[in-house]
Design a protein around this ligand. Structure first.
Ligand code: SF4
Ligand code: SF4
Length: 429
């Protein structure tokens, strides 16, 4: 690269220099990084990726295919943030780097098409997703049999879908779910885009458990995608547009909390304040929305919980979704809630905090690494002898269910809130 080009890259880079400088290159993060653990290569570790970002920031190298490859392989699981003694905001650095890559690096047409189809067209829009799933709903068996002749990415998408798509009509929520008995709180529920189509049951269970605990649950009808997929794949401006829409949709002044049951979405809502910090009009509202956002397990742990009275006599293993454990620091709350369920035996999972390989659409774009991580996760689950594995994120639910289905499919995969709903006497169809 010429000196002129180098300088242009250095001055144009939007990767925050102050964030890069917090890295003291100690390497304590490497042993927490799933890709480093698998490949043993420094450039596929957090420290190595930070070196690459610094080199681009300083204009010493450009966004070449080789550099992009190492950043693409990052799951953005943020396990490195948990391990880092220096407080490096790795997720923020990676998001800035991916934004730059999206502008500076011409991706092959197939990758661009995949982003266009899955990220830009389908996943953030429940109505389109429903339409796209309609053929699977009526001829799922046949389509799955034909998956071998479909493009690889479509085949992988089909493999991730639940064997039976849920009947959304059974779990449809009204705009307001009244509290059972005296109203103690009024909360708003983010139903999610993929969540509202494929995990309507978890949303229904969330509303029921909240209602049992004296919450009136409002479902804002104008809510949209949280923006996580775009934020993590180099389209942060679109993510900010989604955030602005949600600022208008959620009645901040009328609710005690905004409840989220999907780890990735909750983590993103909690970042709205940072994402919109430069916007004088939206920034302060975004701060307030972030401050009111609570994962369902976090909220239930902070209120005076009504006792669960219906036994769920199962052995349950809990998997930490990355954006719950590393993104939001929520680990003990789901475990403590599950431990209160009568008859339930909670068992710990080996490497519970290591990513399952789902990571948004990573498992579609980076199938090899995603499969290796999934294999480890399934081994760890089967080693516990658990009948049920519980995890609080739609992506993990689909990924782990797919992995277990490939190994006999005897272990049930559920959101923890579904178990809690049963413990409150709700019959989950
Ligand atoms: S990211 Fe943190 S843990 Fe990793 S090398 Fe830098 S300072 Fe050390
Ligand atoms: S986010 Fe996860 S995969 Fe990426 S560098 Fe950090 S630990 Fe490794």
């Amino acid at each position: 690269m010429s000196t002129a080009q180098s300088q242009a890259t250095a001055t144009q880079s939007s990767i925050p220099l102050d964030d890069l400088r917090t890295c003291i290159h100690c390497g304590l993060c490497t042993s927490a990084c799933p890709t480093y653990l698998k490949l043993g290569s420094e450039l596929d570790s957090p420290r190595g990726r930070i070196y690459l970002m610094s080199a681009v920031q300083q204009g010493r190298i450009g966004w070449t295919g080789e550099v992009v490859k190492h950043l693409d392989l990052c799951l953005e699981c943020r396990a490195c943030e948990t391990a880092c003694p220096s407080g490096v905001p790795y997720g923020r650095l990676l998001e800035a780097a991916r934004d730059e890559i999206a502008k500076a690096y011409p991706r092959p047409w197939r990758e661009r098409l995949l982003l266009k189809v899955f990220r830009d067209t389908l996943f953030p829009y429940p109505a389109r997703l429903r339409l796209a799933l309609w053929p699977v709903r009526i001829a799922g068996g046949l389509i799955r049999k034909l998956s071998g002749i479909l493009p690889d990415e479509l085949g992988r998408m089909l493999e991730l879908l639940p064997q039976e798509l849920p009947d959304e009509r059974r779990y449809r929520l009204p705009p307001v779910v009244p509290a059972a008995g005296e109203r103690r709180y009024r909360v708003a529920l983010l139903t999610g885009c993929v969540g509202s189509v494929l995990f309507a049951r978890a949303n229904w269970a969330t509303a029921r458990v909240l209602a049992h605990n004296g919450c009136e649950v409002v479902i804002p009808q104008d809510q949209g995608c949280c923006g996580a997929l775009h934020l993590h794949t180099g389209a942060s401006e679109t993510a900010r547009e989604f955030a602005r829409r949600n600022l208008k949709a959620f009645p901040l002044d009328d609710v005690d909390a905004i409840i989220v049951n999907a780890a990735g979405c909750g983590s993103t809502l909690k970042e709205y304040g940072d994402m919109l910090a430069g916007d004088p009009a939206a920034g302060p509202v975004a701060e307030r929305l972030s401050a009111k956002t609570k994962d369902i397990s976090e909220f239930l742990s902070q209120i005076d919980l009504k006792p669960m009275t219906h036994p769920v006599p199962k052995t349950v293993a809990y998997h930490d979704a990355c954006h719950l454990a590393h993104g939001q620091g929520i680990r003990k709350e789901p475990r403590e809630l599950l431990a209160q369920v009568p008859g339930l035996r909670l068992v710990e999972l080996r490497d519970a905090e290591i990513c399952c390989g789902s990571a948004g659409i990573y498992n579609i774009l980076q199938p090899e690494m995603a499969e290796r991580l999934l294999d480890d996760k399934v081994d760890a689950i089967l080693a516990t002898g658990a009948e049920v594995v519980a995890t609080g994120n739609p992506g993990c639910l689909m990924q782990i269910a797919k992995g277990l289905a490939g190994r006999g499919g005897k272990v049930q995969v559920v959101h923890p809130i579904e178990i809690l709903a049963q413990a409150y006497g709700e019959a989950l169809p």
